[in-house]
Design a binder for this molecule. Sequence first.
Ligand code: MF3
Ligand code: CO
Ligand code: CO
Length: 295
Amino acid sequence: MHEDAGRAAKKNGREARMVKSPEELEGMRRAGEFNGRLMDYVREQVKPGVSTAHLDRLAYDYTLDHGHKPACLGYHGFPKSVCTSINDVVCHGIPSTKEVLKDGDIVNVDLTTIVEGFHADSSETFMIGEVSDKARHLVEVTAIALLRGIDAVGPNVPLIEVSKAIEPYVKSQGCSVVRQYTGHGVGRKFHEFFTVYHHVDPDADDIVLRPGMTLTIEPMINLGSWKVVTDRVDGWTVRTRDGSLSAQFEHTIAVTETGAEILTLTPSQRRTGGILNVDGIALNIAGNTISRREN
Ligand code: MF3
Ligand code: CO
Ligand code: CO
Protein backbone atom coordinates (compact mmCIF):
# COMPACT_ATOMS: atom_id res chain seq x y z
CA MET A 1 0.00 0.00 0.00
CA HIS A 2 2.80 2.34 0.93
CA GLU A 3 4.60 1.56 -2.25
CA ASP A 4 1.52 2.29 -4.33
CA ALA A 5 1.07 5.63 -2.57
CA GLY A 6 4.74 6.39 -3.20
CA ARG A 7 4.43 5.52 -6.86
CA ALA A 8 1.31 7.64 -7.20
CA ALA A 9 3.02 10.62 -5.55
CA LYS A 10 6.02 10.23 -7.85
CA LYS A 11 3.80 10.06 -10.92
CA ASN A 12 1.83 13.12 -9.80
CA GLY A 13 5.14 14.93 -9.38
CA ARG A 14 6.22 14.01 -12.89
CA GLU A 15 2.81 14.97 -14.25
CA ALA A 16 2.99 18.33 -12.49
CA ARG A 17 6.44 18.98 -13.94
CA MET A 18 4.99 18.52 -17.43
CA VAL A 19 2.76 21.57 -16.95
CA LYS A 20 4.48 24.51 -18.59
CA SER A 21 4.54 28.02 -17.12
CA PRO A 22 2.90 30.81 -19.16
CA GLU A 23 6.39 31.94 -20.24
CA GLU A 24 7.31 28.42 -21.32
CA LEU A 25 4.05 28.13 -23.24
CA GLU A 26 4.91 31.34 -25.09
CA GLY A 27 8.24 29.74 -25.99
CA MET A 28 6.47 26.63 -27.23
CA ARG A 29 4.09 28.79 -29.29
CA ARG A 30 7.01 30.56 -30.97
CA ALA A 31 8.68 27.23 -31.72
CA GLY A 32 5.44 25.75 -33.08
CA GLU A 33 4.79 28.75 -35.27
CA PHE A 34 8.26 28.51 -36.77
CA ASN A 35 7.90 24.78 -37.40
CA GLY A 36 4.59 25.44 -39.17
CA ARG A 37 6.17 28.05 -41.43
CA LEU A 38 9.02 25.66 -42.16
CA MET A 39 6.52 22.96 -43.15
CA ASP A 40 4.81 25.28 -45.63
CA TYR A 41 8.21 26.29 -47.01
CA VAL A 42 9.28 22.69 -47.57
CA ARG A 43 5.81 21.76 -48.88
CA GLU A 44 6.38 23.85 -52.01
CA GLN A 45 9.22 21.55 -53.06
CA VAL A 46 7.66 18.18 -52.31
CA LYS A 47 7.10 16.99 -55.88
CA PRO A 48 8.21 14.39 -58.41
CA GLY A 49 11.89 14.54 -59.35
CA VAL A 50 13.03 16.08 -56.07
CA SER A 51 15.42 14.12 -53.85
CA THR A 52 14.84 13.75 -50.14
CA ALA A 53 18.34 15.18 -49.60
CA HIS A 54 17.11 18.37 -51.30
CA LEU A 55 14.21 18.62 -48.86
CA ASP A 56 16.64 18.11 -45.99
CA ARG A 57 18.91 20.86 -47.30
CA LEU A 58 15.97 23.26 -47.68
CA ALA A 59 14.89 22.68 -44.08
CA TYR A 60 18.44 22.97 -42.77
CA ASP A 61 19.12 26.26 -44.58
CA TYR A 62 15.76 27.83 -43.71
CA THR A 63 16.15 26.87 -40.04
CA LEU A 64 19.69 28.24 -39.75
CA ASP A 65 18.82 31.38 -41.73
CA HIS A 66 16.23 32.14 -39.06
CA GLY A 67 18.69 31.54 -36.23
CA HIS A 68 17.25 28.22 -35.08
CA LYS A 69 18.45 24.61 -34.85
CA PRO A 70 17.21 21.39 -36.49
CA ALA A 71 16.61 19.06 -33.52
CA CYS A 72 17.15 15.82 -35.44
CA LEU A 73 20.67 16.62 -36.64
CA GLY A 74 22.98 14.59 -34.41
CA TYR A 75 20.13 13.44 -32.17
CA HIS A 76 21.35 10.04 -30.96
CA GLY A 77 23.62 10.24 -34.00
CA PHE A 78 20.89 10.84 -36.62
CA PRO A 79 22.84 12.15 -39.65
CA LYS A 80 20.33 14.62 -41.17
CA SER A 81 18.04 17.50 -40.18
CA VAL A 82 14.71 15.92 -41.10
CA CYS A 83 13.23 12.44 -41.48
CA THR A 84 11.80 11.47 -44.87
CA SER A 85 9.83 8.23 -44.94
CA ILE A 86 8.63 6.91 -48.31
CA ASN A 87 5.93 4.25 -48.92
CA ASP A 88 6.68 1.23 -46.67
CA VAL A 89 9.00 3.33 -44.48
CA VAL A 90 7.19 3.97 -41.21
CA CYS A 91 9.51 6.61 -39.73
CA HIS A 92 13.12 7.79 -39.32
CA GLY A 93 13.96 7.54 -43.04
CA ILE A 94 17.30 9.23 -43.78
CA PRO A 95 17.25 11.82 -46.59
CA SER A 96 19.48 10.83 -49.50
CA THR A 97 20.47 12.18 -52.92
CA LYS A 98 19.75 8.68 -54.25
CA GLU A 99 16.13 8.83 -53.16
CA VAL A 100 14.04 10.76 -55.68
CA LEU A 101 10.29 11.29 -55.27
CA LYS A 102 8.19 9.85 -58.06
CA ASP A 103 4.58 9.85 -59.15
CA GLY A 104 2.52 7.53 -56.95
CA ASP A 105 4.77 7.74 -53.86
CA ILE A 106 3.62 8.79 -50.45
CA VAL A 107 6.27 10.51 -48.32
CA ASN A 108 6.22 11.67 -44.74
CA VAL A 109 8.37 14.68 -43.92
CA ASP A 110 9.01 15.02 -40.18
CA LEU A 111 10.40 18.37 -38.99
CA THR A 112 11.58 19.27 -35.51
CA THR A 113 13.09 22.65 -34.65
CA ILE A 114 14.63 24.09 -31.49
CA VAL A 115 13.62 27.75 -31.14
CA GLU A 116 15.12 29.58 -28.16
CA GLY A 117 15.44 26.30 -26.29
CA PHE A 118 11.96 24.93 -27.08
CA HIS A 119 11.17 22.01 -29.39
CA ALA A 120 8.34 21.86 -31.93
CA ASP A 121 7.75 18.62 -33.81
CA SER A 122 5.33 17.99 -36.69
CA SER A 123 5.01 15.88 -39.81
CA GLU A 124 2.81 15.35 -42.83
CA THR A 125 2.47 12.63 -45.41
CA PHE A 126 2.40 14.03 -48.94
CA MET A 127 0.92 12.27 -51.94
CA ILE A 128 3.14 12.63 -55.00
CA GLY A 129 1.16 13.06 -58.22
CA GLU A 130 -1.49 10.41 -58.73
CA VAL A 131 -1.45 7.79 -55.98
CA SER A 132 -3.39 4.52 -55.77
CA ASP A 133 -6.82 4.47 -54.13
CA LYS A 134 -5.34 2.34 -51.35
CA ALA A 135 -2.59 4.86 -50.67
CA ARG A 136 -5.06 7.74 -50.62
CA HIS A 137 -7.31 5.82 -48.23
CA LEU A 138 -4.38 5.20 -45.89
CA VAL A 139 -3.29 8.85 -45.94
CA GLU A 140 -6.82 10.08 -45.25
CA VAL A 141 -7.37 7.59 -42.43
CA THR A 142 -4.08 8.68 -40.87
CA ALA A 143 -4.89 12.40 -41.06
CA ILE A 144 -8.29 11.75 -39.49
CA ALA A 145 -6.63 9.58 -36.83
CA LEU A 146 -4.52 12.56 -35.83
CA LEU A 147 -7.56 14.84 -35.76
CA ARG A 148 -9.49 12.37 -33.66
CA GLY A 149 -6.58 12.16 -31.23
CA ILE A 150 -6.39 15.96 -30.97
CA ASP A 151 -10.16 16.18 -30.55
CA ALA A 152 -9.98 13.83 -27.57
CA VAL A 153 -7.55 16.10 -25.69
CA GLY A 154 -8.83 18.30 -22.89
CA PRO A 155 -8.34 19.24 -19.25
CA ASN A 156 -8.57 16.30 -16.84
CA VAL A 157 -8.92 13.83 -19.72
CA PRO A 158 -7.08 10.53 -19.17
CA LEU A 159 -4.36 10.18 -21.80
CA ILE A 160 -5.73 6.76 -22.77
CA GLU A 161 -8.71 8.58 -24.34
CA VAL A 162 -6.36 9.66 -27.15
CA SER A 163 -5.62 6.00 -27.94
CA LYS A 164 -9.29 5.12 -27.69
CA ALA A 165 -10.16 7.86 -30.18
CA ILE A 166 -7.61 6.52 -32.66
CA GLU A 167 -7.24 2.73 -32.67
CA PRO A 168 -10.86 1.52 -33.04
CA TYR A 169 -11.39 4.03 -35.87
CA VAL A 170 -8.22 2.93 -37.67
CA LYS A 171 -9.16 -0.74 -37.34
CA SER A 172 -12.67 0.00 -38.66
CA GLN A 173 -10.98 1.36 -41.79
CA GLY A 174 -8.99 -1.83 -42.33
CA CYS A 175 -5.67 -0.35 -41.20
CA SER A 176 -3.41 -0.92 -38.18
CA VAL A 177 -1.71 1.28 -35.60
CA VAL A 178 2.07 0.98 -35.16
CA ARG A 179 2.86 0.16 -31.52
CA GLN A 180 6.61 0.48 -31.32
CA TYR A 181 6.72 4.24 -31.95
CA THR A 182 4.62 6.76 -30.09
CA GLY A 183 3.93 10.41 -29.41
CA HIS A 184 5.63 12.06 -26.46
CA GLY A 185 5.81 14.98 -24.09
CA VAL A 186 7.82 17.80 -25.67
CA GLY A 187 9.34 21.04 -24.40
CA ARG A 188 12.90 21.98 -23.52
CA LYS A 189 13.64 18.35 -24.34
CA PHE A 190 12.76 16.61 -27.63
CA HIS A 191 11.23 13.55 -26.01
CA GLU A 192 9.94 14.22 -22.51
CA PHE A 193 7.91 12.20 -20.03
CA PHE A 194 5.22 10.85 -21.00
CA THR A 195 4.59 8.35 -23.82
CA VAL A 196 1.55 8.94 -26.02
CA TYR A 197 0.38 5.56 -27.30
CA HIS A 198 -1.81 5.58 -30.38
CA HIS A 199 -3.01 2.02 -29.76
CA VAL A 200 -4.93 1.09 -26.64
CA ASP A 201 -2.10 -0.28 -24.50
CA PRO A 202 -3.09 -2.04 -21.27
CA ASP A 203 0.31 -1.16 -19.78
CA ALA A 204 0.10 2.56 -20.55
CA ASP A 205 0.73 4.94 -17.60
CA ASP A 206 -2.54 6.32 -16.24
CA ILE A 207 -1.60 9.90 -17.01
CA VAL A 208 -4.27 12.59 -16.79
CA LEU A 209 -3.94 15.59 -19.11
CA ARG A 210 -3.76 19.02 -17.44
CA PRO A 211 -3.83 22.51 -18.95
CA GLY A 212 -0.32 23.60 -19.85
CA MET A 213 1.03 20.18 -20.78
CA THR A 214 2.62 20.01 -24.22
CA LEU A 215 2.81 16.80 -26.21
CA THR A 216 2.85 15.35 -29.68
CA ILE A 217 0.27 13.09 -31.27
CA GLU A 218 1.74 11.31 -34.27
CA PRO A 219 -0.03 8.14 -35.35
CA MET A 220 1.86 5.87 -37.72
CA ILE A 221 -0.73 3.80 -39.59
CA ASN A 222 -0.11 0.77 -41.81
CA LEU A 223 -2.24 -0.73 -44.56
CA GLY A 224 -1.18 -4.20 -43.43
CA SER A 225 0.14 -5.44 -40.09
CA TRP A 226 1.38 -3.09 -37.33
CA LYS A 227 4.66 -4.95 -37.11
CA VAL A 228 7.82 -3.07 -38.08
CA VAL A 229 11.52 -3.75 -38.60
CA THR A 230 14.53 -1.44 -38.34
CA ASP A 231 17.13 -1.39 -41.12
CA ARG A 232 20.15 -3.34 -39.92
CA VAL A 233 22.59 -1.41 -42.06
CA ASP A 234 21.73 2.22 -41.28
CA GLY A 235 20.24 1.50 -37.85
CA TRP A 236 17.48 4.08 -38.37
CA THR A 237 15.03 3.39 -41.18
CA VAL A 238 11.91 1.69 -39.82
CA ARG A 239 9.82 -0.28 -42.34
CA THR A 240 6.62 -2.28 -42.19
CA ARG A 241 7.51 -5.94 -41.78
CA ASP A 242 5.09 -7.03 -44.48
CA GLY A 243 6.11 -4.32 -46.96
CA SER A 244 2.71 -2.59 -46.82
CA LEU A 245 2.37 1.19 -47.06
CA SER A 246 2.62 3.35 -43.95
CA ALA A 247 1.59 6.97 -43.33
CA GLN A 248 1.95 9.43 -40.45
CA PHE A 249 0.80 12.89 -39.39
CA GLU A 250 2.05 14.75 -36.33
CA HIS A 251 1.31 17.95 -34.47
CA THR A 252 2.67 19.43 -31.26
CA ILE A 253 -0.23 20.52 -29.07
CA ALA A 254 -0.83 22.19 -25.73
CA VAL A 255 -3.63 21.15 -23.39
CA THR A 256 -5.82 24.18 -22.63
CA GLU A 257 -8.66 24.92 -20.19
CA THR A 258 -11.15 23.96 -22.91
CA GLY A 259 -9.42 21.50 -25.22
CA ALA A 260 -6.24 21.58 -27.27
CA GLU A 261 -4.22 24.27 -28.99
CA ILE A 262 -2.33 23.08 -32.05
CA LEU A 263 1.05 24.77 -31.74
CA THR A 264 2.42 23.58 -35.10
CA LEU A 265 -0.58 24.47 -37.27
CA THR A 266 0.88 25.85 -40.52
CA PRO A 267 -0.15 29.17 -42.09
CA SER A 268 -1.67 27.30 -45.06
CA GLN A 269 -3.61 24.97 -42.78
CA ARG A 270 -4.97 27.94 -40.87
CA ARG A 271 -5.83 29.80 -44.08
CA THR A 272 -7.55 27.02 -45.99
CA GLY A 273 -9.06 25.04 -43.16
CA GLY A 274 -7.58 22.07 -44.94
CA ILE A 275 -5.34 19.83 -43.02
CA LEU A 276 -2.30 18.01 -44.07
CA ASN A 277 -2.83 18.33 -47.84
CA VAL A 278 -5.64 15.80 -47.80
CA ASP A 279 -8.40 16.89 -50.15
CA GLY A 280 -11.95 16.45 -49.11
CA ILE A 281 -11.35 16.70 -45.40
CA ALA A 282 -13.04 19.89 -44.30
CA LEU A 283 -12.26 21.33 -40.94
CA ASN A 284 -13.42 24.02 -38.62
CA ILE A 285 -10.53 26.14 -37.53
CA ALA A 286 -11.18 28.44 -34.62
CA GLY A 287 -8.02 30.00 -33.34
CA ASN A 288 -5.47 27.26 -33.39
CA THR A 289 -7.89 24.43 -32.82
CA ILE A 290 -9.32 22.25 -35.53
CA SER A 291 -12.09 19.74 -35.70
CA ARG A 292 -13.65 17.80 -38.51
CA ARG A 293 -16.59 19.44 -40.24
CA GLU A 294 -19.25 16.99 -41.32
CA ASN A 295 -20.51 17.78 -44.79
N1 MF3 B 1 10.58 13.65 -35.17
C1 MF3 B 1 10.53 12.30 -34.64
C2 MF3 B 1 9.40 12.28 -33.63
O1 MF3 B 1 8.33 12.63 -34.01
C3 MF3 B 1 11.83 11.87 -34.02
C4 MF3 B 1 12.95 11.78 -34.97
S1 MF3 B 1 14.34 11.39 -34.12
C5 MF3 B 1 15.52 11.31 -35.28
O2 MF3 B 1 9.50 12.00 -32.47
F1 MF3 B 1 16.62 11.17 -34.64
F2 MF3 B 1 15.26 10.32 -36.08
F3 MF3 B 1 15.55 12.41 -35.97
CO1 CO C 1 7.44 13.47 -32.29
CO1 CO D 1 8.35 14.17 -35.45
